[in-house]
Ligand binder design. Structure first.
Ligand code: SAM
Ligand code: SF4
Length: 315
């Protein structure tokens, strides 16, 4: 939706980011055309991300426009991943546009740590956003990046808090995206194998078959009935069952987060008023979706490091 954001999470962005000039971005009308083309070609689920999707000007008009595809039954689900900062303002309107679930990223429940990891984010604002989402009737899933020496000590606090509020929780291994310095990145890496082992000291974990078409694997904590997800690009190759592709705000289609291969959809979109060339380009790109990514930390080097920041393609 946008590469811009009102936070500067340390694993995602540098403090001084250079953002794309506005003219390079797809307009909201163009995003509507591309999204509608994907839906015509069979896409059933759209997840809007960024950057921070809710800081894009007039973004609600895009959501409202997409609701026609929900109404017609062509689209099953319209969701978003957000840092939660603007949810207090937009939760009700998102619900009215047909959104039923949101993923909110949150790595710490402590104000000072939250401010340190997001640089510009403030926890109370995000908490109010989560509350507003729940009050509007949206399902909330929390995404937490597992960071060594940072939120290890909050594992059970986060688990408990999500349980008390009826929210699913997914942990994400930090991925080598964007240039923030290799040494620092390896220091941040907390293996989800270890996180899982720590959880199993207190709970009985049962693997469950729940799938969302993405890379997460889920377990149930038998004692609470709660669902916990793991996104482990580095310790497991999760790619086989991933059917996702990602469209950037400039119209590049990435078939995999961990590969450089992309297809330009902006040129076919702008070359013709008909959607024929666009649909041809989408079909050709999907045929190239790779079997797996190239990340590998196993030799303690940053093999397969992507030069893109995560905010470029969305998580
Ligand atoms: N701004 C929104 C948010 O934070 O939810 C949406 C975009 S953000 C890029 C999507 C997800 O990617 C967030 O959950 C974030 O924590 C995660 N993320 C960002 N950089 C990452 C990295 N280097 N490794 C793993 N996850 C990352
Ligand atoms: Fe912004 Fe999300 Fe990246 Fe944090 S993770 S800087 S909130 S885009």
């Amino acid at each position: 939706m946008t590469d811009r954001c009102d936070f500067r999470c340390v694993y995602c962005m540098s403090e001084n980011m250079n953002f794309l000039p506005k003219r390079d971005l797809l307009t909201l009308e163009e995003l509507d055309r591309v999204s509608s083309a994907f839906i015509r070609l069979g896409v059933k689920k759209l997840r809007i991300t960024g950057g921070e999707p809710l800081v894009r000007r007039d973004i609600l008009s895009y959501f409202r426009a997409m609701s026609r595809h929900l109404d017609s039954g062509a689209l099953d689900e319209l969701t978003l991943t957000t840092n939660g900062s603007q949810l207090e303002k937009f939760a009700g309107e998102l619900r009215d546009a047909g959104v039923r679930r949101v993923n909110v990223s949150l790595d710490s429940l402590m104000e000072d740590k939250f401010a340190a990891i997001t640089r510009w984010g403030r926890l109370p604002q995000v908490m109010r956003g989560i509350e507003a989402a729940r009050e509007a009737g949206l399902g909330v899933k929390i995404n937490t990046v597992a960071l060594k020496g940072f939120n290890e000590d909050e594992l059970f606090t986060l688990q408990r808090w999500c349980h008390d509020h009826g929210m699913d929780l997914t942990f994400i291994e930090v991925m080598p995206m964007g240039d923030i310095g290799g040494e620092k990145r390896l220091g941040q890496y907390w293996s989800l194998e270890n996180l899982r082992a720590r959880l199993s000291e207190r709970f009985t974990l049962t693997d469950i078959a729940h799938r969302t078409g993405g890379p997460a694997r889920y377990v149930r904590l038998e004692e609470t009935g709660q669902r916990i997800g793991f996104i482990t690009p580095l310790t497991h190759n999760f790619c086989e069952s991933c059917n996702r592709v990602r469209l950037t705000c400039t119209g590049e289609l990435f078939m995999c987060l961990g590969q450089e291969d992309s297809a330009d959809l902006r040129a076919p979109l702008r070359s013709s008023e008909s959607d024929g060339p666009l649909e041809d380009a989408i079909r050709a790109a999907i045929d190239r979706k790779p079997k797996g990514h190239d990340f590998d930390y196993s030799r303690q080097r940053l093999d397969g490091r992507m030069s893109r920041h995560m905010s470029h393609t969305g998580g």
